[in-house]
Every structure is written in C-alpha cells, then in structure tokens.
Design a protein around this ligand. Structure first.
Ligand SMILES: [Mn+2]
Length: 241
C-alpha cells in the first residue's frame, strides 16, 4: 500500500466557488511514491471530519496560498496582508497540531511553513518589503514557477540537510511574508543571504517546512524532489504495524 498523503484544499472566492489544489503538489507526491488525497477545508473539517482524516492519511502536506490572518499570531493586520481565509487557517492550524499528536509527518510549503510555525506558537513577518530593511527580492516573476532564484544556506546538523544533501542549493521564491520568531520546539534550518528564515523543522523530525515551492522544482531537481520523498517515506515508516 502506498502512504496516503492528505493535502488540504482551499475554496476559491469566485462566482462559482471551487476547491482547488495545485497540480504540481499532486505530481510531486505521486512521484515520491505517495497517494495524494485532497481534503477540502469545509465547515465540518475542524470538528468531526478531522478525526476521520487522521485515520485515513499517513502524512499531510500543507500547501501554498494566501496570508494567515495575523490574529492567529496575536497581531493586527498591516495594509499589505492579502487573501486571508479564516476557515482554511483554522483547518490547517488544527490539523498540524493533530497530525503531530498522532505521530504523522507534515511537510509545509510556502504558506505551509508559516502555518506550521504559527500552529506551534511562532510569528511571521507580515510583509518583507515593508518590515525588513535590506531584504533581497523574495518575489520572482510569477510565471517562472520552475526557475531557481536565490541561494540557500542549510544548517549542517539538520533534518533538512540530511534530506536535501550536501552542496550548493538554490530555490524559487514567491512570498512576501516569512517566519519571524520560530515556534518553540522548532529550529530554523535554512536561510537566505539576507538572514531570512527559509525553512524550519520540528526537533522530533515530524514536521518540516520550506518557504519556497519544491513541487514546481521536483521534476527537474533531485534535492527538491527529496522533500516529498522524506514525507512519503516517513509516512510509510510510521504507518507500518
Ligand atoms: Mn525566498
């Protein structure tokens, strides 16, 4: 049996609202040997549905998306905060904590690393250009999803280092927010030359979050594909009887 990887899917705010998930998340999970299962963030998700999700899934992927409502890390929103979705926030924040309690691994991507950090008590920069003097550009051309953009320095004594391997690493960058104070029980394990936190991980190795979009790089770059390999392999090991 393949490990089942649940991916929370958010609802659009169009005339005809639809649950959507980026194609490349599913492809990256499938390429890593997982079975992707989309989980719609519905009103029942936080209550009775979540226990069933935890029974059905061996691991979880928190995908990219809009900003987390700053109230969840006890701040008021700056004018630059955009595309908030409180239901999705509640579902994902609750699911991150529940997954770890149930010994199931979580990979956070872009918004997902921010969700992980906030779920366990960390805070965010609400807007890098407004708040971080001297920051490099973290918002590359939106059409260049699969293109490398800035370098990464990865802590050698980390899970991320073991997963992505030694050597030079670069990644893409499509974010205006970032991890500020790292959550208790987590460590920052990758940074850009401006000192921005680009990855965090839980000390027990059950949660890993990256600020970039490895799903758009996984087909071409083995170091980025390895993140999904970690998720699928860890999910499978932990699910084994
Ligand atoms: Mn970046």
């Amino acid at each position: 049996m393949k490990p089942v990887i649940g991916i929370v899917s958010a609802c659009t705010r169009e005339l005809h609202p639809a649950y959507t998930t980026g194609r490349d998340y599913v492809r990256a999970v499938e390429r890593a040997g997982g079975l992707a299962l989309l989980l719609p963030a519905a009103p029942n998700s936080v209550n009775e549905n979540m226990a069933q999700w935890l029974a059905m899934c061996d691991g979880f992927l928190m995908a990219g998306g809009g900003d987390i409502a700053p109230t969840f890390y006890a701040q008021s929103p700056l004018p630059q905060v955009a595309s908030t979705d409180r239901l999705r926030d509640q579902v994902e924040l609750t699911l991150c904590r529940a997954a770890v309690q149930h010994n199931k691994p979580v990979l956070g991507v872009c918004r997902g690393v921010q969700v992980l950090n906030v779920a366990f008590g960390g805070t965010l920069w609400q807007d890098i250009p407004a708040q971080c003097r001297g920051a490099i550009c973290h918002m590359q051309d939106r059409s260049a999803r699969g293109e490398l953009f800035h370098s990464l320095t990865i802590e050698q004594d980390s899970l991320l280092f073991r997963v992505m391997g030694a050597g030079r690493h670069e990644c893409n960058s499509f974010h205006h927010q970032a991890v500020r104070d790292v959550a208790p029980g987590f460590a920052a394990t990758a940074r850009t030359p401006d000192g921005m936190t680009e990855a965090i991980e839980r000390m027990d190795g059950l949660a890993l979050g990256v600020q970039w979009h490895p799903e758009n790089l996984a087909a071409e770059y083995a170091d980025h594909a390895a993140l999904f390999g970690w998720l699928a392999d860890t999910a499978k090991q932990r699910a084994a009887p």
